[in-house]
Design a protein around this ligand. Sequence first.
Ligand SMILES: [Zn+2]
Length: 79
Amino acid sequence: MKSKLTKKLGIWGKDNIVRDDGKCYAEDYYCVRCYKNKIEIKAKSFWPAIDPDIPSYPYCNDCKVELNLYIWEEMEKKK
Ligand SMILES: [Zn+2]
């Protein structure tokens, strides 16, 4: 077993995991960014999750921090 995770998680865009309350939770999926790099890490939350019209994806904390930083830098450049 490559993964340290005990529970098998869903792959975003492939698996559709809905809990008993009818909602989907980031914790039930692998971080999409890490998964692309073949690292299976449990996601922590959806991002950007600022607008329901903008699709958000499950990310782990590290990726979320990096993405936030990236967005912030891009915004600074436009000023
Ligand atoms: Zn990640």
